[in-house]
Design a binder for this molecule. Structure first.
Ligand code: PSU
Ligand code: MN
Length: 304
């Protein structure tokens, strides 16, 4: 009756041999991008990890099993089947128990990557404190998971639809190290700059790997958030994006969208408002994170 993890042969071999492995999430595929661009993205993310010498392991729950590493048919299912739900950590147990399907968010992917023995995970942008959090209390479970699960999460910061200063404050309170990769500034997902300064910076992947190992040696169980700015050529100006985000937030309010539907709604609305430009940037930043994730996983395997 035990719920085992189903690994692909490639992923299991890489983990057992101590070779570099980078986990990838599935909510970004199922709920973060439209079809078929999401499928192309999922395939390309895997290809980039391999190019940078790391084994990709896309994580999802399919047929009531935790799948670590997916085949192309499973990626296609995630990308195109609207019945695949969005699963955060608190929904892992119920999804497994009812033998359901679920695309895993940053929080759920972190906790399953940890259970599977994977130390590095690349995503787009993490969830965080929403802009009206003083009224809605909407704070992503991604932040809680970062505070208690020792996985390195490579992101382009938190999604710009959020309250970024409050998100950084919350991460500080929850003792989550936030390290700018080759930057002193917290990136704003679509934009390289937010005007918010970080207290930690790493210029090389090996320093990130060393920080992670130092934390583990001291029994610190939190994750580490890496803030990796979107490549220059895909940067969308913060001011322009803020105008689109304001409209998307208004639309969400007037349509009564809230809870876990909010983030997918806002991302989708912003794709429409920018006529697809935000999708091009979202794809580019997420792929850039996979590349850095692979480099960190490589350094980690060298050091251990
Ligand atoms: N990054 C992206 N697109 C996404 C997400 C991240 O580029 O769709 C997803 C992640 O799975 C993240 C989730 O965990 O959005 C946050 O959802 P919420 O705000 O409901 O916690
Ligand atoms: Mn939420």
């Amino acid at each position: 009756m035990r719920n085992e993890i189903i690994y692909t042969a490639d992923v299991l071999q890489a983990i057992n041999a101590g070779r570099p492995v980078v986990a990838l999430e599935s909510t970004i595929i199922a709920h973060g991008m439209p079809y078929p661009q999401n499928l192309e993205f999922a395939r390309e993310a895997e290809a980039i990890a391999l190019t940078y010498s790391a084994q990709p392991a896309t994580i999802a729950i399919l047929g009531g099993k935790v799948c670590v590493g997916l085949d192309d048919g499973q990626l296609e299912q995630l990308a195109s089947d609207p019945s695949v739900g969005k699963v955060a950590t608190r929904e892992i147990g119920s999804t497994l128990a009812r033998k359901g399907n679920g695309a895993t968010t940053v929080s759920a992917t972190m906790s399953l990557a940890h259970a599977a023995g994977i130390k590095v995970f690349a995503t787009g942008g993490i969830g965080g404190v929403h802009r009206d959090a003083d009224k809605s209390f909407d704070i992503s479970a991604d932040l809680i998971e970062l505070s208690r699960t020792p996985v390195i999460v490579v992101s382009a910061g938190a999604k710009a639809i959020l309250d970024l200063p409050k998100t950084l404050e919350y991460l500080e309170t929850m003792s989550v190290p936030v390290i700018g990769y080759q930057t002193d500034e917290f990136p704003a997902f679509y934009s390289r700059k937010s005007g918010l300064m970080l207290s930690a910076r790493a210029n090389f992947a090996k320093n990130i790997a060393a920080t992670y190992l130092a934390q583990l040696e001291m029994g610190i169980s939190s994750g580490i958030l890496i803030a990796n700015p979107v490549p220059e050529e895909f940067d969308l100006p913060f001011e322009t994006m803020d105008k689109h985000i304001a409209i998307a937030l208004q639309d969400a309010q007037s349509e009564g969208v809230e809870g876990k539907a909010l983030t997918p709604f806002l991302l989708g609305r912003i794709v429409e408002l920018t006529e697809g430009e935000s999708l091009v940037t979202n794809r580019a930043l997420a792929l850039n994170n996979v590349k850095l994730g692979a480099e960190i996983a490589f350094k980690l395997s060298e050091l251990t």
